[in-house]
Design a protein around this ligand. Structure first.
Ligand code: NAD
Length: 497
């Protein structure tokens, strides 16, 4: 019997007002229903926003170090339940256990970082231009935060947003992806158990254009933090932007790994296998392009083709499996549609390009790791985010050409260079136009305490993770204290020689 889940609004677990529900199935075995969830809409969002607004005042007045201690407890509870959450996440969205454990760990790291940030939230002070006057700046919360998240990191991404939002004193209305509502509910249960007061955290389940858009358009939601596709990000930006909401967008990627002729090829091979086929290629930071120097192209492709064929596909709950299914039928169809697109554009398919259906794979959305060679800059498989286990390989003559190819897409999230030449490494660090560059590491592997995000159509300039995200969840309040006992006019009563 599948577990029945509810929304959490104003401190109460509730069904949708209509009583309607939706199912969530295991992508590795579509016969298994992971849970049944309330199909909600604008009315539930209205209630959640009203609750968040009501709760905001008391929450903002709680000392930030005390809010931080609640986040510390959240981290402790997540640590205790790491395995249970990872297993649920694997059943819900398919990635292998080693990766879902990592996803939970990222949330734990984010909780402990947030806990200590409650004791920091630093402002500035600066000398006044006038005597007997003091100038200070503080961080103050913004208000009600609308949080909308994708399914591929069902724990890490919500924690990147919700934890700093809460520590800064904002209240939250959270809409998770409808492919991963169970993991999201686990997170909210932990927040409640750790002591987040009623109304401060609310979760509303349902579709993007209904629940998500109702959050974006609600006049009492002050800020929106969204991670997802660039197309939806653009819709949210237009809709929320006209009401002058504060909006953070973390969007798509078309990330590349460059391998130079002097690279350690075994290291580069491990990097591309993990970068391209980890999470079945469904990471915003996945390596979907491999840019090879012409001198090592053929040798490297011999190594890579064989290794990709040997990857073990299957249910992520079985520890020996390396690649899980893709998220759902529509995603598999989209991925598959790129096979003809690549061939018609003149690329050569080296391996993969079909559903994996043998034996235990027959009831899941499995897709064979796929590699295209002879890919040229500008082909659609080289430009568009496929979001699956499909790698496009481009041959180049030198580092300048490699960087030009790497930069020649509309996204700018992650990037990687394998080389042993220190001059090339520093040139790439300077010239690659992405939010993240790895030297001798794959395009994936962000750490919770470092800023995360991308340039160009990957976002709108904000960063998650680390210290920068705290600017997004706060306003800067400047206070001038004049203790001179007389009217002193800035710029006017200042005497400069
Ligand atoms: P998506 O854009 O389809 O959905 C993301 C979220 O937005 C979901 O909760 C969805 O229900 C909601 N949504 C959909 N339409 C909406 C609308 N009109 N108004 C409001 N909300 C709406 O993305 P996805 O398929 O869940 O995730 C994959 C995408 O996310 C990829 O493009 C990937 O690159 C990107 N992603 C980016 C990052 C990053 O940090 N840059 C991280 C992970 C994933």
């Amino acid at each position: 019997m599948a577990e029945k889940y509810q929304n959490y609004i104003d401190g109460e677990w509730r069904d949708s007002l209509s009583g309607e529900t939706f199912e969530n199935r295991n992508p590795a075995n579509w016969d298994e229903v992971v849970g049944i969830f309330p199909k909600s809409g604008k009315q539930e969002v209205d209630k959640a926003v009203a609750a968040a607004r009501k709760a905001f005042n008391a929450w903002r007045l709680m000392p930030a170090p005390k809010r931080g201690m609640i986040l510390k407890k959240v981290g402790d509870l997540m640590t205790q339940r790491k395995e249970e959450i990872a297993r649920l996440m694997t059943r819900e969205m398919g990635k292998v256990l080693a990766e879902t454990r990592g996803d939970v760990q990222e949330g734990i790291d984010t909780a402990y970082y947030a806990a200590m940030e409650g004791r920091r939230l630093l402002g500035h002070n600066a000398p006044s231009e006038l005597p007997n006057k003091m100038n200070l700046s503080f961080k103050i919360p913004v208000g009600v935060a609308g949080i909308i998240t994708p399914w591929n990191f069902p724990m890490a991404i919500p924690t990147w947003k919700i934890f700093p939002a809460l520590v800064c004193g904002n209240s939250v209305v959270f809409k998770p992806a409808s492919d991963t509502p169970a993991t999201a509910t686990k997170l909210v249960k932990i927040l409640v158990e750790a002591g987040v007061p009623e109304g401060v955290i609310n979760i509303v389940h349902g579709g993007g254009s209904s629940v998500g858009m109702a959050i974006v358009q609600h006049p009492d939601v002050d800020l929106i933090s969204f991670t997802g596709s660039s197309d939806v990000g653009s819709i949210i930006n237009s809709s929320g932007g006209k009401d002058l909401k504060r909006i953070s967008l973390e969007l798509g990627g078309k990330n590349a790994q460059i391998v130079m002729q002097d690279a350690n090829l075994h290291l580069a091979l491990d990097g591309v296998l993990w970068g391209a086929f980890g999470t079945t290629g469904q990471r915003c930071t996945a390596t979907s392009r491999l840019i090879l120097h012409k001198d090592i192209h053929d040798k490297f492709m011999d190594m890579l083709g064989e290794s990709a064929n040997n990857l073990k596909l299957g249910d992520g709950l079985i520890e020996s499996n390396q690649v899980g299914p893709v998220i759902n039928e529509a995603a598999r169809e989209k991925i598959h549609s790129y096979i003809d697109i690549g061939k018609n554009d003149g690329a050569t398919m080296l391996t993969g390009g079909e559903f994996a259906t043998d034996g235990d794979l027959s009831k899941g959305w499995f897709y064979k790791p796929t590699i295209f060679v002879d890919v040229k800059q500008g082909m659609r498989i080289e430009q568009e985010e496929i979001f699956g286990p499909v790698l496009s390989v481009i041959k180049v003559n030198d580092l300048d050409e490699a960087i030009k190819v790497l930069n020649g897409v509309e996204y700018g999230l992650s990037s990687s260079l394998y080389t042993q030449d220190v001059n090339n490494a520093f040139k790439a660090m300077r010239d690659i136009n992405c939010g993240i560059t790895y030297i001798n590491g794959p395009t994936i592997g962000a750490e919770a305490h470092m800023p995360f995000g991308g340039t160009k159509r990957t976002g709108n300039g904000h960063r998650e993770g680390g210290w920068e995200v705290y600017d997004f969840y706060t306003e800067t309040k400047v206070v001038y204290v004049d203790f001179s006992g007389k009217l002193q006019k800035a710029q006017i009563d200042v005497e400069y020689e």
